[in-house]
Design a protein around this ligand. Structure first.
Ligand SMILES: [Fe+2]
Ligand SMILES: [Fe+2]
Length: 270
């Protein structure tokens, strides 16, 4: 792999790398360039689909194994599903930086700050993936051992046309959903006597608040640049670009910490 020297080239390198260990290393490299105040660099076209390893097999959501937390196998299946989410999250963060920085600049906003923010998020996603991978190893499992579903990247494809749509769906729907469900997973793992699996989820939970907050900041900034009111714009994009439902119960406290008020995401009027 040639050495990327700019933020956008480094983000492209992450997306073009399939192997999990190499992809996380590329993410760290991009984040190190960000910390070293590397230049943004020339635009690079984002690939339609990021490079992925041969495994896991991608299957419909219903074909992913059940996760009964009473057994080590069930806990491994749960952690495998989380590893897959974090692996997708690496690509989603670097795709955000690569695909939409030009649109952010065209809207009169700071494109370099946007790319830096999502590269920082992507660096954290790579760390999340590695923490879960280590715990999977303790449970005699590796990423790729179970099938996984492709819902996260499908959500990326339906929002590839517009930065505001991507911000609405990736951080403000999908990552915010993580804030809703993670505390319960942590509690269930602890109740099953598996604090070692709960520990990385506690780190992930804390850092994901920052990812949703980052999404909300840029969503609001882009709405302002387009003279849109954020809450109705969010609801319109949710209806147009997201196939699922926003499912209560919501974690109002964590969402509020990320800057999401209840009036913003509660499905008022439908
Ligand atoms: Fe994450
Ligand atoms: Fe995240």
């Amino acid at each position: 792999m040639s050495e990327a020297k700019t933020l956008l080239a480094a983000a492209a390198a992450v997306l073009e790398t399939a192997d999990p260990a190499d992809k996380t290393a590329a993410a760290e490299k991009a984040d190190a360039l960000r910390l070293a105040s590397a230049p943004l660099g020339a635009p690079v076209k984002a690939p339609d689909r990021p490079a992925r390893p041969e495994k896991p097999d991608l299957v419909p959501p219903g074909a992913v194994p059940r996760r009964r937390l009473g057994s080590p196998e069930g806990r491994a299946a749960l952690l495998h599903a989380i590893a897959h989410i974090e692996f997708n999250a690496i690509d989603l963060a670097f795709d955000m930086a690569l695909r939409f920085t030009a649109a952010i600049e065209a809207a009169g906003l700071n494109g370099k700050a946007f790319a830096q923010d999502w590269i920082r998020v992507g660096g954290e996603e790579a760390r999340h993936f590695r923490m879960i991978e280590v715990r999977l190893g303790d449970l005699n499992c590796r990423y790729g051992d179970y099938p996984a579903h492709d819902g996260l990247w499908e959500a990326a494809e339906t929002t590839a046309h517009d930065a505001l749509a991507r911000l609405a769906v990736a951080p403000l729907i999908l990552e915010a959903r993580g804030l809703d469900v993670t505390p319960d997973m942590i509690e269930r793992l602890k109740a099953a006597g598996d604090s070692a699996s709960a520990a990385p989820l506690e780190v992930i939970y804390r850092e994901e608040v920052g990812h949703v907050a980052c999404g909300k900041r840029w969503f609001d900034a882009l709405c302002a640049a387009r003279s849109l009111d954020p809450a109705p714009a969010f609801r319109r994009l949710r209806d147009e670009c997201f196939r699922g439902q926003l499912k209560p119960p919501f974690n109002h406290e964590a969402r509020a910490k990320a800057g999401l008020s209840q009036g913003f995401y509660e499905p008022i009027g439908n």
